[in-house]
Design a protein around this ligand. Structure first.
Ligand SMILES: C[S@@+](CC[C@H](N)C(=O)[O-])C[C@H]1O[C@@H](n2cnc3c(N)ncnc32)[C@H](O)[C@@H]1O
Length: 346
């Protein structure tokens, strides 16, 4: 879709019902009802479209331009991680949930790699393709609301790349804990919204510093941090809700052609394109709706940031981190009480 086409979309892939009698019937869930017109009529800001399913007010556009950026980011990460789809030590996963699935590209590749698994991707935006592997399906759902899936259901839950989207991360991880089977794994990967540089020949008020402040300020105002991986905060939240065997893998995601290692140079080249292409989308909603900038100011800031990132001299990069952890094997999630507890019972 071009940026100026009507902000309305056709019904995406139909919701798939699993009627094989294994207790995993997706039609049980309210969230599988067909998409209403509000969900399909995206909000528009200066010609870019944004989700309208919930009042989550998610900050990234959901149009083709930004979705291409997501897919490019996916390929860049496969390149960075030597083609690995995940790090958790999974054994024959059968029920998999991808939270904030985006274009669904990870979920589909995972479904292809594990043909006996059922993979569900959930997202605020119905931006996934119509034709998907038979064992992958997608639902429009707000992950911050209560989940309609059964507890103790999934072998693996994968919330990937959600900075700036979540107001209550501990609650998200607690939900993931409850909906995992005992022994199941969670894996959260994210990037830092902060661009850094190795060579300090940039003035302190350079455009990248301003961009970093932009995301800090926006996170403070919206209450949705853009830094869930800072100080391994995501790993701490996982431990706090009861996960064990918490592992953290940290890495730098280099921008541009400056790395000497050939693979990292290729990552850097992809990343520079991603930053250049994605930048307007990153700045638009937060800039004009949250931080009070004009559209023109955002354009000027983006142009300056693109020029700075293009210069290999500064050795720019941002940090990434993947944390994975296990729900203890003996811990079934308690079914929620339907009756109030008798007096005196804990
Ligand atoms: C940066 S994209 C990442 C997409 C995908 N995981 C990837 O790595 O390519 C974040 C996605 O999370 C979705 N999202 C944001 N808030 C959400 C919420 N509360 N519930 C469900 N999805 C959400 C957005 O619509 C977007 O598609």
């Amino acid at each position: 879709m071009s940026d100026d086409s009507p902000a309305e979309h056709e019904q995406p892939n139909p919701i798939v019902s699993d009627d094989d009698g294994d207790g995993f019937d997706l039609d049980d869930h309210a969230s599988t009802s067909s998409l209403d017109s509000t969900t399909m009529k995206y909000r528009e800001i200066h010609g870019r479209t944004f989700q309208s399913y919930s009042d989550a007010n998610y900050w990234r556009p959901n149009d083709d331009k930004q979705n291409d950026v997501l897919d490019m980011g996916y390929h860049m990460m496969r390149l960075l991680h030597n083609d690995k789809l995940f790090f958790a030590p999974l054994h024959n996963p059968q029920r998999v949930l991808d939270v904030g699935t985006g274009t669904g590209i990870w979920a589909m590749d995972f479904a292809d790699e594990f043909p006996s698994a059922s993979v569900i991707g959930i997202d605020l935006s119905p931006i996934q393709p119509h034709w998907v592997p038979p064992n992958a399906s997608f639902q429009v759902m707000d992950a911050s609301e209560s989940w309609t899936f059964g507890e103790n259901t999934f072998d693996y839950i994968h919330p990937f790349f959600s900075y700036g989207a979540i107001a209550d991360w501990p609650s998200l991880f607690r939900k993931a804990f409850n909906h995992l089977k005992p022994g199941g794994w969670i894996e959260h990967a994210d990037f830092s919204a902060e661009i850094e540089w190795e060579r300090s020949c940039l003035p302190t008020d350079n455009i990248l510093s301003l961009g970093n402040k932009f995301f800090r300020d926006a996170g403070r105002i919206t209450g949705k941090t853009s830094h869930p991986i800072e100080n391994q905060q995501n790993a701490t939240w996982m431990k706090d809700v009861g996960f064990i065997k918490v592992h953290v893998k940290e890495y730098d995601v280099l921008i541009g052609q400056w790395p000497t290692n050939e693979r990292l140079k290729e990552v850097g080249v992809w990343n520079l394109e991603i930053c250049k292409m994605g930048m307007e989308g990153y700045g638009l909603q937060l800039g004009t709706q949250i931080l009070g900038h004009t559209f023109e100011e955002i354009q000027v800031m983006c142009a300056e940031a693109r020029e700075t990132l293009k210069k290999p001299l500064f050795h720019t990069f941002y940090r990434g981190s993947t944390a994975y952890a296990q729900k203890p094997a003996g811990r079934l999630t308690d079914a929620p009480r339907t009756q109030p507890a008798p007096d005196g019972e804990a």
